[in-house]
Design a binder for this molecule. Structure first.
Ligand code: NDP
Length: 518
């Protein structure tokens, strides 16, 4: 501590009288990102929903803020035939509501190429076109191939890229070459392993970026900061003090226009194999010795390896599946899942799941982790809730007949980007009564700077070759090997239909969920 008069005055102003802004007293420790090299991004699936809603706005915003260079080549590739101008018009429409001051310059970087995913000639033509477009703009020939296409085409596109010489780094006019693969990475362990094998035929693991945009959310990244940049939480972060952990990802939307995909995936593939497992790993992992991608991925993989496999008996106790029926969300009547366009009217696809998971290691032995996710729930909300054990002995019990509530630490991921700690205090007044109060931190408190959207962050990390927020192959396969028996149980058991609990849209899930966590 610096005891100079100036510093003490500042301390008194800040801490005692709360006058100064936090910026005066806090140190900002940000990783410095290097300059971004010119690059080309080829988006396969450029006419699809993901490109329109997420990728195009993310690229434009990065361009607008100067995060990516002027010398940029963006090539949209899909089956449809259209001119560069038609493609630019499509993207412009997707950006409605954005500051368009840089549009004309950005638009001059946009091109379109019709590609058939199973045609070698199509990829040779693409390769030629890239050489022409990159001249003078991207002298090193750095390239990102973004697969925003149906997963059934991941293997063939990577194969075609390889055969056309487009996967080779620092050869054939290429600089670095990266391939971005959207979730889902397979639909079970077998298909995930097959997909990894195919990708590895032409791309090294360091060239493959398996994106999970959840990981790039600021509040998800913040879980590591909270746990490992503070000394006060870690000593409490174990079976000694934590009773249970709840990870909840609720959506108020239904299946929307993705029925075909969702009927195949269901909630377990759509949410658990990826986002929920990542939130679990971030909450449960050991501290890596350094904040480096492989060090972090190693610790996550250790968590996945420690997940207690389900026995047949366990599954009945530890898995709750549901499907939404009609109801009301935000005062508006909405149909049930089976009435949604494109859904089988007798579908038994789960839209809600609760799983109780145990992690068999020293730190977490005996602590249940409840993972809950569903569609058409009362509110869109994602939270990690750490429920601490109750005080071991309540000295208030005999006198007041009151039990002190356990402390709860809530990490709000969405929409409330917050950290909140509940604790017991005395209610003001003559009587001695307890009340629970909360200490809240809002993620944007004292911060007015720009915030990167998850896709913007993921794209910029990929350009910089940083794998921290992407899935590594072993993580994908470990999670599938854990979830395969669960999927097997809910898809192939004889009483599949009977095990599905229906819940009205707009509720908090099936009634059975109430007793699930007790
Ligand atoms: P869409 O169905 O909206 O778009 C698919 C795209 O692939 C279209 O551009 C289509 O082109 C193209 N395509 C399909 N078949 C062929 C073919 N045989 N040859 C050439 N092009 C073809 O899908 P989404 O955008 O919704 O999703 C894309 C991927 O991203 C999927 O893997 C999905 O799981 C994943 N994802 C999507 C999210 C989302 O919010 N949409 C979120 C997270 C992941 P054309 O129109 O010319 O046929």
């Amino acid at each position: 501590m610096d005891f100079s008069r100036q510093n003490l005055e500042k301390y008194i102003d800040t801490v005692v009288q709360g006058k100064a802004s936090s910026a005066d007293f806090s140190t900002e420790a940000c990783l410095v990102e290097g300059p971004v090299e010119p690059f080309t991004i080829v988006i396969f699936g450029a006419t699809g929903d993901l490109t329109t809603r997420k990728l195009a706005p993310a690229l434009y915003n990065l361009y607008l803020t100067g995060a990516i260079p002027d010398s940029l080549v963006i090539v949209g590739a899909a089956r449809s035939r259209m001119s560069h101008t038609e493609f630019r018009d499509r993207i412009k429409t997707a950006l409605i509501g954005t500051d368009m001051s840089m549009w004309d310059r950005f638009a001059s970087s946009l091109y379109y190429q019709s590609v058939q995913f199973n045609s070698p000639d199509s990829f040779l033509a693409l390769s030629k076109e890239l050489q022409t477009l990159e001249k003078g703009l991207n002298p090193k020939g750095n390239k990102i191939f973004y697969l925003a296409i149906p997963p059934s085409f991941y293997a063939s596109v990577s194969e075609m890229l390889g055969k056309a010489g487009l996967s080779l780094e620092n050869q054939n006019g290429n600089g670095w070459v990266r391939i971005v693969v959207e979730k889902p990475f397979g639909r079970d362990l077998k298909t995930a392993t097959d997909l990894n094998e195919t990708l590895h035929r032409h791309f090294g693991e360091d060239q493959i970026f398996r994106i999970d945009h959840y990981l790039a959310k600021e509040t998800v990244q913040n879980v590591l900061m909270l746990r490992f940049a503070n000394a006060i939480f870690e000593p409490l972060w174990s079976r000694m003090f934590i009773d249970n952990v709840q990870i909840i990802a609720a959506e108020s939307l239904g299946v929307e226009n993705r029925a075909e995909y969702y009927e195949e995936a269901g909630v377990l593939r759509d949410m658990f194999q990826n986002h929920m497992m990542q939130l679990l790993a971030l909450t449960a992992m050991e501290p890596p010795s350094r904040l480096q991608p492989d060090f972090v991925q190693d610790e996550k993989s250790k968590v996945f390896r420690s997940l207690r496999p389900f026995s047949e008996w366990d599954l009945k106790e530890s898995l709750l599946l549901g499907q939404y029926s009609s109801g009301a969300v935000d005062g508006k009547n909405v149909p049930g899942y089976r009435e949604e366009p494109g859904v089988n009217p007798v579908s038994i696809t789960p839209t809600f799941a609760g799983i109780r998971i145990f992690i068999d290691n020293w730190r977490w032995h005996g602590v249940p982790f409840y993972l809950v996710s569903g569609k058409r729930l009362a509110k869109k909300m994602t939270e990690i809730i750490i429920c601490f054990k109750k005080a071991p002995h309540s000295m208030f019990r005999g006198i007041l007949g009151e039990m002190a509530s356990a402390n709860i630490l809530t990490l709000g991921i969405y929409p409330d980007e917050k950290i909140s700690l509940s604790f017991e205090t005395k209610n003001p007044g003559a009587r001695v009564c307890l009340r629970s109060v909360r200490m809240d931190f809002d993620y944007r408190q004292n911060y007015n700077g720009p915030v990167l959207d998850a896709y913007e962050k993921a794209i910029i990390d990929c350009i910089q070759g940083d794998h921290m927020l992407f899935w590594r192959q072993d993580g994908v396969e470990l999670c599938w090997s854990f979830l395969d028996p669960v999927l097997e149980d809910c898809e192939n058991c004889a009483d599949q239909g009977r095990r599905l609990h229906f819940y009205p849209a707009g509720s908090w899930g099936p009634e059975a969920a109430e007793s699930f966590k007790s």
